[in-house]
Design a protein around this ligand. Structure first.
Ligand code: BGC
Length: 551
């Protein structure tokens, strides 16, 4: 059994690197990244200087939603490896001082999960159906869905089954794809099984869990809510008091209080981070020490590149985190959003411009790539200086851009299919990484890649950036190494900045951080310039750049 360091607070200011296993490194040439591929890249992760990896799902799955449709929570997809490969990877990561966070997907199983298969084969009202959310349809013969609720991936949120006797049958609820039936968290058996899954991975040396759509587990499907036009943006979006039929219900925290008891059975206690898309003032409940411990804060990810927005978000989130006795998390990119180097390369400031760019064809020629990268590096350097945990997404350390031009027939995201292409989906940030500037799949593996890699991926190859002291990779390595050295108490003091487009704060030990969101160069405080995201000219920080200074 791998041992893990006994520091119980390691996560509070950790740099966590998200690996999307299918797209990281492929050891066996099947076009799909695998656990042995991750093990082989541990020297790269060590050089990068991260504290932990978060692995997106690697469990058996039909990949109806990139692995977030789990067939078996306590196993490894044979295309990705075996449990022995997991143990080997885990031992090697721990030997290298890197901890592991795994993704737990409790809101829904896949439709191939043995429970769902049993539910389909069992009669209406059976215990097997009670693990999910089944309802009779409306209309004369139950041919209409129970209500008009929609799936977030497009289309309706109910799917009709065929009963074991061949007759058209009941409907089940799926907030995501139809291959992802929602579990019924009022059922104690569901509870028990997830506790078993948490122990299974904790016993294997996992230090923490990323909890997928943590805010959705408890639901109130009372027909009184059926009339709500749309659950996302219509009348129902007015509920922010724990009473929404699907989101952020107060009872959800009863589940996490039980999980916490399991985490605390271990030494050091296991930790977790909630993926909870809730307003900032509701986040603390998920992040409390009696709950999951931390929650994702997606505020910077949704903000424009704008000093005032950044400042408010930082101040609010530090306050919310302190109130609940935790530390904040910060993130710009993950497997669900357009890479931030690309978002910032779009004209204007609107963070949402990416969706339109994808619809317009995702042409890299439409991007101001130098500007996107300049702003992304400035934002990242600012974020890496904040108290709290920094979440980085594979490829951002290379300055990788979103792959916007994937032919329809090669797309994989259910959003693309369920909206008939009205939404392009998330494949562009999931394209396998370029490790080499040439060769089949740019060194991702000995053969092809499961999503097509554009020619221009060659410019971002890790092996080239490794040799270039001016590369984005060299910049990330330097920033992460310095962060380790400089990070102390979780406090920050704002300084008066020279103008509204500049943020200036100080961390303990005289670590000054100046971020210039404007275009005019600004003067820097006196001291040693430790790192800048762009050049300093005549002692001034250029526009759209951040500097770390030791006073
Ligand atoms: C994950 C997505 C996934 C969804 C359903 C999330 O929020 O990050 O990638 O599609 O949950 O599991």
């Amino acid at each position: 059994m791998p041992t893990i360091a006994s520091d119980a607070t390691w996560w509070r200011q950790a740099a966590v690197y998200q690996i999307y296993p299918r797209s990281f490194a492929d050891s066996n040439g099947d076009g799909i990244g695998d656990l042995k591929g991750i093990t082989a890249k541990i020297p790269y992760l060590v050089e990068l200087g991260i504290d932990a990896v978060w692995l997106s799902p690697f469990y058996p799955s039909a990949l109806a939603d990139g692995g977030y449709d789990v067939d078996d929570y306590r196993n490894v997809d044979p295309r990705i490896g075996t449990l022995e490969d997991f143990d080997e990877m885990s031992a090697a990561l721990h030997a290298a001082g890197i901890k592991i966070i795994v993704d737990i997907v409790p809101n829904h199983t896949s439709d191939r999960h043995e429970w769902f298969q049993e539910a389909l084969a069992s009669p209406k009202g059976s215990a097997a159906r009670e693990r999910y959310i089944f309802r009779d349809g409306k209309g004369e013969n139950g041919e209409l869905p129970p209500n008009s609720w929609g799936s977030i991936f497009g289309g309706g949120a109910w799917e009709q089954i065929t009963e074991p006797d061949g007759a058209p049958g009941q409907w089940y609820f799926h907030f995501f794809a139809k291959e992802q039936p929602d579990l019924n968290w009022d059922n104690p058996e569901v509870h028990e099984d997830f506790l078993k899954t948490l122990r299974f991975w904790a016993d294997r040396g996992v230090s923490g869990f990323r909890v997928d759509v943590a805010h959705m587990l408890k639901k109130n499907l009372d027909p009184a809510y059926d009339a709500l036009r749309t659950l996302m943006f219509g009348e129902a979006s007015v509920f922010h008091d724990g009473q929404h039929p699907l989101f952020d219900r107060d009872e959800v925290h009863e589940i996490f209080a039980d999980w916490r008891k399991v985490f605390n059975e271990y030494n050091p206690p296991r930790t977790a981070v909630a993926e909870a898309w809730v307003p900032a003032h509701r986040r603390a409940r998920y992040a409390s020490p009696e709950g999951l411990g931390q929650a994702f804060n997606f505020d910077l990810l949704q903000a424009d590149f704008d000093a005032a927005q950044f400042r408010k978000i930082i101040a609010d989130n530090l306050a919310f985190a302190a109130e609940s006795g935790t530390s904040s998390t910060w993130v710009f990119s993950n497997h669900d959003v357009i890479r931030h180097a690309t978002r910032y390369a779009l004209p204007g400031n609107a963070a949402k411009a990416g969706a339109q760019w994808l619809l317009d064809g995702g042409d890299p020629a439409a991007l101001d790539i130098p500007r996107g990268l300049r702003r992304a590096k400035a934002a990242t350097l600012l974020m890496l200086a904040l108290p709290g945990s920094a979440y980085l997404y594979q490829g951002e350390e290379l300055g990788l851009q979103e792959a916007g031009q994937i032919p329809s027939e090669q797309r994989q995201d259910p959003t693309f299919f369920r909206t008939q292409g009205e939404q392009i989906g998330r494949d562009g940030c999931r394209v396998p990484l370029p490790w080499e500037p040439d060769g089949t799949s740019f060194g991702f593996g000995p053969a092809g890649a499961h999503l097509p890699q554009p020619e221009w991926f060659a410019h971002y190859a890790a092996s080239v950036e490794e040799k270039d002291p001016a590369s984005t990779l060299a910049f990330y390595r330097r920033a992460l190494a310095l962060r380790h050295e400089l990070q102390g108490a979780e406090t920050l003091v704002w300084e008066q900045a020279s103008d509204d487009s500049v943020l200036h704060f100080v961390r303990p030990g005289g670590w000054h951080v100046v971020a210039n969101f404007g275009s005019a160069p600004v003067a820097l405080p006196a001291g040693e310039v430790l790192l800048v995201s762009a050049d300093v000219e005549d002692g001034k920080l250029l526009g759209e750049a951040t500097a770390w200074i030791r006073a």
